[in-house]
Design a protein around this ligand. Structure first.
Ligand code: IPE
Ligand code: IPE
Ligand code: MG
Length: 243
């Protein structure tokens, strides 16, 4: 472990790390347990990642916790997840405050249970001045939905004469997305071996380095995170140019 850390160049860290936390259900199934036990155990990995982003000095972190498509799962699983999010926020708020984490939820929060929305607003309010990791949690998040909303907001501004259609550029779009407070991710990690984006940050990931690990989310730990960062640091990011 110590050896690996020595390989992490602290001067070349991703400024924004995004993670598609996947494989909770398979992790549980492999152990002969119910899927929800996988979700419960996945919370440990969330804690590890937040702590280690703070340790390394990664300033923006985005975790994909629940997609707009995940409503299609069995109602028991969906309601378990909603109460898990609420429980977690209640339990971890104090520690996030101590760790200087600033939590921000991205997605359409309005269809979520009112008691969960209340916890979300409370934790955003209580951590809003924190200067440490800026922590986006994507809940009821769908990138297409996000882009449709951005289009509507921009169109309205054009209609009202606040903006000219000609002046719309990359920045205009970025500023109208839920992630307007964060730079585009430098590194995307997806656990459990799936090679797809599943409607996650389609605009923001245009030039992001992708790292896929076979590890299921509940088994993702500090060592795994360090490995992903080392891999990122070995990439040649060309952004379409030649050297
Ligand atoms: C990720 O694990 C958590 C959520 C999508 C909420 P999954 O629940 O997708 O686990 P698998 O992919 O079925 O193993
Ligand atoms: C993506 O995982 C969504 C989250 C991690 C919250 P899924 O498990 O829902 O994605 P698919 O269905 O495999 O594409
Ligand atoms: Mg999955």
């Amino acid at each position: 472990m110590k050896e690996l850390l020595e390989h992490i160049n602290l001067k070349n860290l991703p400024k924004h790390l995004a993670i598609i936390m996947d494989g909770n259900g398979r992790w549980a199934k492999q152990k002969g347990m119910m899927r929800v036990i996988g979700h419960e155990n996945g919370t440990q990995s969330v804690k590890i990642v937040v702590e280690n982003c703070a340790r390394l000095g990664i300033s923006h972190l985005t975790l994909y916790a629940f997609s707009t498509e995940n409503w299609g799962r069995p109602t028991g699983e969906v309601s378990f997840l909603m109460s898990l999010f609420e429980r977690l926020l209640q339990k971890e708020l104090k520690e996030m405050e101590e760790e200087e984490v600033c939590i921000n939820f991205i997605g359409d929060l309005t269809p979520l249970p009112p008691s969960l929305q209340q916890e979300m607003h409370r934790s955003m309010e209580r951590t809003k001045h924190n200067q440490g990791v800026f922590f986006n949690v994507a809940i009821n998040y769908g990138s297409r939905h996000e882009m449709i909303n951005a289009c509507k907001a921009i169109a309205q501004k054009v209609q009202q004469g606040e903006l000219s259609a000609d002046s719309i550029n990359d920045q205009t779009i970025s500023q109208h997305l839920y992630t307007s407070a964060s730079p585009d991710p430098d590194l995307l990690i997806r656990t459990s071996g799936e090679m797809r984006l599943s409607n996650f940050m389609l605009w923001q990931l245009a030039y992001t380095e992708i790292y896929v690990t076979e590890t299921f989310w509940p088994d993702f730990d500090k060592n795994q995170l360090d490995r992903a960062i080392v891999s990122f640091q070995q990439r040649d990011r060309r952004f379409g140019k030649v050297k």
